[in-house]
Write a protein that binds this ligand. Structure first.
Ligand code: B12
Ligand code: SF4
Length: 481
């Protein structure tokens, strides 16, 4: 047995025994566009890594995006690691680098496995799109990956285990984990933690926490392919333990809680906050919530427990649009909650959709004005991507108005986001609305002065100035495009 830095033990049995390489190498491909280096840890991959380690395998992760590795440098790293199995994962809009990585790296590895949202949604089509992949892991990967490694180690005879899809073999669904505490914590020891950063970070050293999975709401644009509708959660003790581990073992100061719906169970959030306050952690954090999931008392307690920013899916300033998207929330409630957030001493982020079917371009821009009115500190304006499988996609196909174009947005990971053209809009309308929304919200001298002063006080000025410059550059480039 070998004991690794985190105190866990694993044996050198299974794949790769007798070789010098690792059993499983998980790779996040490079993103070599300038100014793109503000990345959070690839938490899905790290859950998978932890599950494979717990099953006794030697696992490594190369985060080429965070490290800023070139393609040749990544290739060299993979050759040096000599993995038995290479794992890649990706979301639909950013599959191009995953496909490039598969083509480049497949010659150096005996087997390649693809997981994540895109593989889970498209299955056979994903196998066709990535011919280098030997297998797909469908859904939440912890259970299937451990079984897949055992299956491969025993020679890959018979049908693949549940959750694993190969060409020409029968496929069985794997159940999603019900008890999240039974999963090992993400394998933070495998990634370069000091390289991560986040726009809203208020202290140095960023990590990601997922304290719950799934969301029972049914917003028509939301892709719940992987985590599904059943809400499952980590216990408060486990969450507090992960925070303390991040802080005390890795020296990290800030966590982004990327749960779909962190505050769904009020009693759990109260217990987490009380636990954090009791433990005396200095770690600060941001979470995502619905406006019907918070109240003044909860927000105050969250603030005391280190929360600095809460992001809400505001979507629109028009009730008719919220109803159309089946958001089941009201604009009146949103206005009230943004006031409560401010009073609790927290920063607010509004996620807003531009180009909601049924809105005119002027109505979309009015949503931006409304965000100014309710005093949102930051707004992320997104256009609506109709992901196959979502109700809005099905509706657009059924009713014959599915038309898409590509829109450039400084908040998007892909250079040009595939976007729905709402009925009655032109492509030019969409681009104009995205540009005006950002410019009219962010390029206000009084707003910029207020935010700069606050960012300076919180130590976040360099990160935010960099992002501000990116938005300004994107906007200026559009003047000549
Ligand atoms: C956190 C998050 C982010 C974060 C961090 C992502 C990260 N690198 O960790 C940020 C904000 C950066 C982000 C960005 C984007 N995101 Co996002 N994001 C999420 C969110 C809210 C949670 C994801 C998560 O951490 N889940 C928890 C972990 C445990 O699950 P997981 O990541 O899916 O991983 C599990 C499985 O997928 C699988 N798995 C994953 N990878 C692999 C690899 C292998 C080899 C194996 C075996 C298994 C495996 O096992 C994991 C453990 O169970 C989801 C919504 C959701 N609930 O899924 C949206 C979501 C995944 N994002 C989405 C989108 C569209 C994006 C962007 C493209 C948006 C944009 N246009 O910029 C970018 C792309 C960024 C990029 N370069 O990859 C969509 C994807 C839709 C689709 N069909 O692809 C989702 C579903 C949101 C939605 N409801 O529409 N995102
Ligand atoms: S948009 Fe948010 S509230 Fe709506 S279904 Fe998706 S995760 Fe749940």
């Amino acid at each position: 047995m070998v004991t690794v830095a985190n105190g866990s033990s694993y044996g050198l049995r299974g794949l790769g025994a007798g070789r010098r390489g690792v059993d499983l190498l998980l790779v996040r491909p490079p993103d070599l566009r300038p100014g793109r280096r503000l990345v959070v840890p690839p938490v899905g991959l790290l859950y998978v890594a932890a599950a494979a380690e717990r099953a006794g395998h030697r696992v490594a992760v190369v985060d080429a995006e965070a490290e800023g590795l070139s393609w040749p440098a990544l290739e060299a790293r993979v050759k040096a690691a000599r993995p038995e199995v290479l794992g890649l994962g990706g979301m639909t809009p950013v599959m191009e680098p995953v496909r490039t990585a598969a083509r480049l790296l497949r010659p150096h590895v005996p087997r390649l496995v693809l997981g994540g949202v895109h593989a889970t949604r498209f299955r056979e089509r994903a196998l066709d799109e990535v011919p280098e992949a030997d297998a797909l892991v469908i859904g939440e990967g912890e259970g299937p990956v451990a079984e897949l490694m055992a299956y491969l180690a025993s020679g890959g005879r018979g049908d693949p285990p549940p959750g694993v899809m190969t060409r020409g073999a029968p496929f069985r669904e794997a159940a999603s984990p019900r008890d999240l505490d039974a999963l090992p914590a993400p394998a933070l020891h495998l990634v370069p933690n000091p390289l991560y950063g986040y726009l809203f970070q208020t202290r140095p050293g960023v990590t990601t926490l997922i304290t719950s999975r799934g969301c029972p709401f049914r917003c028509t644009f939301c892709d719940k392919t992987v985590s599904g509708s059943r809400y499952r959660w980590h216990s408060p003790e486990r969450v507090v333990g992960e925070v303390l581990e991040a802080e005390r073992r890795y020296g990290l100061g800030y966590a982004v809680l990327f749960d779909d719906n962190f505050t769904l169970r009020r009693d759990r959030v109260l217990a987490i906050c009380e636990g954090l306050a009791r433990a005396g952690t200095r770690l600060e954090w941001k979470c995502e919530a619905r406006v019907d999931g918070v109240d003044p008392e909860l927000l105050r307690l969250m603030r005391r427990a280190g929360c600095r920013t809460v992001a809400f899916g505001v979507e629109s300033g028009h009730q008719k649009s919220l109803d159309r998207l089946r958001k089941t929330q009201t604009v009146a409630r949103t206005r009230e909650v943004f006031r409560q957030v401010r009073e609790a001493g927290l920063e607010s982020v509004a996620y807003v959709l531009l180009g909601i079917p049924g809105e005119t371009p002027e109505e979309s821009l009015a949503s931006m004005d409304w965000c100014r009115e309710i005093g949102a500190d930051f707004v992320q304006f997104s256009t609506l991507s109709p992901f196959p499988g979502t109700p809005i996609y099905e509706e657009a196909v059924r009713e014959g108005w599915l038309r898409t174009t590509r829109v450039r947005n400084p908040a998007d990971a892909e250079e040009w986001r595939e976007t729905l053209i709402p009925p009655g809009w032109t492509e030019a309308d969409l681009r104009r609305v995205v540009r005006s929304a950002y410019a009219r919200f962010y390029f206000r001298p009084s707003y910029l002065a207020r935010q700069a002063a606050r960012a300076a006080r919180g130590g976040a000025l360099p990160v935010r100035a960099r992002l501000g410059l990116r938005v300004a550059r994107w906007w200026a480039a559009g003047l000549t495009a």
